[in-house]
Structure formats: structure tokens, C-alpha cells
Design a protein around this ligand. Structure first.
Ligand code: HEM
Ligand SMILES: *[C@@H]1O[C@H](CO)[C@@H](O)[C@H](O)[C@H]1NC(C)=O
Ligand SMILES: *[C@@H]1O[C@H](CO)[C@@H](O)[C@H](O)[C@H]1NC(C)=O
Ligand SMILES: *[C@@H]1O[C@H](CO)[C@@H](O)[C@H](O)[C@H]1NC(C)=O
Ligand SMILES: *[C@@H]1O[C@H](CO)[C@@H](O)[C@H](O)[C@H]1NC(C)=O
Ligand SMILES: *[C@@H]1O[C@H](CO)[C@@H](O)[C@H](O)[C@H]1NC(C)=O
Ligand SMILES: *[C@@H]1O[C@H](CO)[C@@H](O)[C@H](O)[C@H]1NC(C)=O
Length: 316
């Protein structure tokens, strides 16, 4: 009897300990690396001042990290002779950017407080600081993620949405990660910043009918029906400002990607697009909450994973 209750006490204690470890916290580095957050913010502000698109690229990097094995910096691992990571998976290859900025920040972190700040946390904070730098909302980033020792090429191919995805596919890819349809719509609103390559929207501007004709013609001028695959177009009309114009553009049938226009195409998500188009405050509030939720996807905590010293490689 006594040993039984001692055992259950022990179980409860380990459980609580496990829970505590599993939790991220906003003050995780407040004593171990007090200047981490301000240093990251300065580096992001410099990178965005240098090239405003970098803010968009850093935000997308966080998304593509979190949707594949959780927010664990798995996307940052370079391929080697005997390891294929996520960088060459379809949604990432020659498309995801910002790796150099993360490297720069990581080397600053290693000078400040060696072995303390994870690559996954750097990516999460850089995404938030990028949105703020471009005029968007802020949110509190939960911290304490650790870095993976693995990556998954196949999961990057299966779990990330494609620009050719229809509404049903978008809803289910986000639902697979615990997001509501509304959260999928609001997170798509981050296409208010950044650019896309001709190869990702060519089909839409030549072949689709739910598109503004003048808009299609103007995009065809920079994206020929063959060639120019890497030519860039802005994702919305105010691409260096984090605002709600993306949603207004959808109502005008000026969504650049097929997947964008799917959100306003006579279906259940139309009213959400209208709400965000009419109400930038609600967009900001909802996108900030959804970003916090995205940042909390399956973090490695406690003794899982490691703190990489080089974000591109597992520790030797
Ligand atoms: C809803 C499904 C989504 C699809 C199908 C999608 C697809 C794409 C594609 C194809 C591009 C252009 C890539 C290129 O041309 O190289 C892009 C860019 C971008 N995406 Fe998404 N995306 C989605 C959701 C998201 C989410 C949830 C976020 C962030 C939370 C995000 C953030 C961005 C940003 C900021 C860019 C611009 C990146 C840059 O200029 O470097 N996207 N997306
Ligand atoms: C992969 O190769 C590296 C050397 O390039 C070696 O250190 C490592 O042990 C190898 N890993 C596996 C799993 O074979
Ligand atoms: C990634 O892109 C490069 C350059 O375009 C290409 O040679 C390579 O085959 C692509 N990798 C994969 C896995 O598709
Ligand atoms: C338009 O659709 C047709 C028929 O599916 C296809 O053959 C063609 O390649 C498409 N054009 C572009 C520019 O994608
Ligand atoms: C790429 O876009 C530029 C305009 O931004 C255009 O002049 C050029 O012709 C395009 N490239 C191709 C291959 O069409
Ligand atoms: C969306 O509506 C269109 C008609 O406006 C319909 O063809 C399509 O199947 C609908 N898609 C979904 C996912 O409901
Ligand atoms: C948004 O505003 C438009 C007018 O600009 C109005 O027709 C529509 O009902 C509004 N939609 C919502 C969901 O508030």
C-alpha cells in the first residue's frame, strides 16, 4: 500500500516534471542570455532595411520549419553525402530564403552565450521581428525550443501546401496541423509581404478565369508562357507593408497564386476574406494568435534534440 502510493507519487512527479519541460516560456533566456532577443531584433531590422523582402523570407522560413516535424530548425540542416534534408524538397528548393541571415544571428548568439540559444528559437523570433519591421502586429514568442537531429524530405513534400492546391486541400493540410479553416485563411494573409516566382503562378495568369483581366495581362508581361521561371512578382499590391490589402486584392480577383484566389472563389471562406479586408485590426489580432499557435507546433524540449552550434549541421 505504502509502496504503491509512493510509486504513484513518483509517477505524478515525473509527469509534472515532463509537463514542465514540455512547456515553452517567454522568459526562457532572461537569465541565460538576456540580450538574445534585442540582438536578434537588431539583426533582423538590419537585414530588412537592406532588403525588405528578407522579412517575408524569414517569416516563410518559420512556417516551412514548423509544418515539417514541428518548429525544430529541421529545415536548416544542409544536405551531406549521406544525408538528405528538407532544403531540396519541392516547396523549398530554390525558393526558401534567409538561411544566411539565420547563420549571422546564430554566430552572434554563439559569441554572446555559447550553446544556449537554439536555431529553432532564432527562426521563431526572427519571423516575429520581420512582421513588426514591415508594419505588422507583434506577439510574444514562446521560447525554449531545441533543435532537431533529423529532418524529413518526404514530410516537406507531403505536409506543405502547394500553390496549385485547391481549397479542400488547403483546409485539410492545415487541419492536419490542428488549424481551423479561419486560421488557414488568416495565415495565408501573410502573403501581404514578399514575392513569388513565375513558375508558381504561370498557370493561373494564362489559364484561369477567376482573375482580373488587366491584372493577368500585367503579370504576363513579367512571366512569359515559357521561360523566365524565376522572374518575380509581388504577392500583393503593397508587398513591403504588412497590411490587409492581400484580402482586398482577393476580392478584386487579383490573387497571384491559385491557392490565394481559392480563398475567395464562391465558397465558405469568402466571408472571412471580406472580414479581414474590411477590418485590419481583426486581421492583426487573429494573425498574431495564429502565429503563436504555429510557433508552438511540436517543439523539442527537455532533453530532446540539442542546441546546435551551427544551424546547418547537427553537433559533431
Ligand atoms: C495556404 C497555403 C500556402 C501556400 C500554397 C503557399 C505558397 C507559397 C508560394 C508558392 C510562395 C512563393 C515561393 C516562390 O515563388 O519561391 C510563397 C511565398 C510566401 N509565403 Fe506562402 N504559402 C502558403 C501559406 C503561407 C503561410 C502560412 C505563411 C506564413 C505564415 C506564408 C508565408 C509566405 C511568405 C511571407 C512568402 C514570400 C516569401 C519571399 O518573398 O521570400 N505562406 N508561399
Ligand atoms: C555521415 O558522414 C559523416 C562524414 O561525412 C560521418 O561523420 C557520419 O557519421 C555519417 N553518418 C551516418 C549516419 O552514416
Ligand atoms: C533542386 O533544384 C536544383 C536546381 O534547380 C535541381 O538541380 C535539383 O534537381 C532540385 N532537387 C530536387 C530534389 O528536385
Ligand atoms: C494551360 O492549360 C493547358 C491545358 O491544360 C496546358 O496545356 C497549358 O500548358 C497551360 N498553360 C500554361 C501557361 O500553364
Ligand atoms: C522577366 O521580367 C522582366 C521584367 O521584370 C522582363 O523584362 C523579362 O523579359 C522577363 N524574363 C523573361 C524570360 O521573360
Ligand atoms: C467552391 O465553389 C466553386 C463554385 O464557385 C465550386 O466549383 C467548388 O467545387 C467549390 N469548392 C469547394 C472546396 O467547396
Ligand atoms: C465588407 O465591406 C463591404 C463593403 O466594402 C460590404 O459589402 C461587406 O458586407 C462587408 N463584409 C463584412 C463581412 O463585413
Amino acid at each position: 500500500m505504502a509502496s504503491l502510493s509512493l510509486f504513484s507519487l513518483f509517477c505524478m512527479f515525473s509527469f509534472l516534471l515532463g509537463m514542465a519541460h514540455a512547456q515553452l516560456s517567454s522568459d526562457y533566456y532572461s537569465s541565460s542570455c538576456p540580450s538574445a532577443l534585442s540582438t536578434i531584433q537588431t539583426a533582423v531590422n538590419n537585414a530588412v532595411a537592406d532588403e525588405s523582402r528578407m522579412g517575408a523570407s524569414l517569416l516563410r522560413l518559420h512556417f516551412h520549419d514548423c509544418f515539417v516535424l514541428g518548429c525544430d530548425a529541421s529545415i536548416l540542416l544542409d544536405d551531406t553525402a549521406n544525408f538528405t534534408g528538407e532544403k531540396t524538397a519541392g516547396p523549398n528548393n530554390n525558393s526558401v530564403r534567409g538561411y544566411d541571415v539565420i547563420d549571422t544571428i546564430k554566430s552572434q548568439m554563439e559569441s554572446l552565450c555559447p550553446g544556449v540559444v537554439s536555431c529553432a528559437d532564432i527562426v521563431a523570433v526572427a519571423a516575429r521581428d520581420s512582421v513588426v519591421a514591415l508594419g505588422g502586429p507583434t506577439w510574444t514568442v514562446q521560447l525554449g525550443r531545441r533543435d532537431s537531429t533529423t529532418a524529413s524530405f518526404s514530410t516537406a513534400n507531403s505536409d506543405l501546401p502547394a500553390p496549385t492546391s485547391d481549397l479542400d486541400a488547403l483546409i485539410s493540410l492545415f487541419s492536419n496541423k490542428g488549424f481551423t479553416t479561419q486560421e488557414m485563411v488568416v495565415l495565408s494573409g501573410t502573403h501581404t509581404i514578399g514575392k513569388a516566382q513565375c513558375s508558381k503562378f504561370r498557370d493561373r495568369i494564362y489559364n484561369e478565369t477567376n482573375i482580373d483581366a488587366t491584372f493577368a495581362t500585367s503579370k504576363q508581361a513579367i512571366c512569359p508562357s515559357s521561360g523566365g521561371d524565376e522572374n518575380l512578382s509581388d504577392l500583393d499590391e503593397t508587398t513591403t507593408v504588412f497590411d490587409n490589402v492581400y484580402f482586398t486584392n482577393l476580392i478584386e480577383k487579383k490573387g497571384l497564386l491559385h491557392s490565394d484566389q481559392q480563398l475567395y472563389n464562391g465558397n465558405s471562406t469568402d466571408s472571412m476574406v471580406e472580414t479581414y479586408s474590411n477590418d485590419s485590426t481583426t486581421f492583426f489580432t487573429d494573425v498574431a494568435s495564429a502565429m503563436v499557435k504555429m510557433g508552438n507546433l511540436s517543439p523539442l524540449t527537455g532533453t530532446d534534440g540539442e542546441i546546435r552550434t551551427n544551424c546547418r549541421a547537427i553537433n559533431g
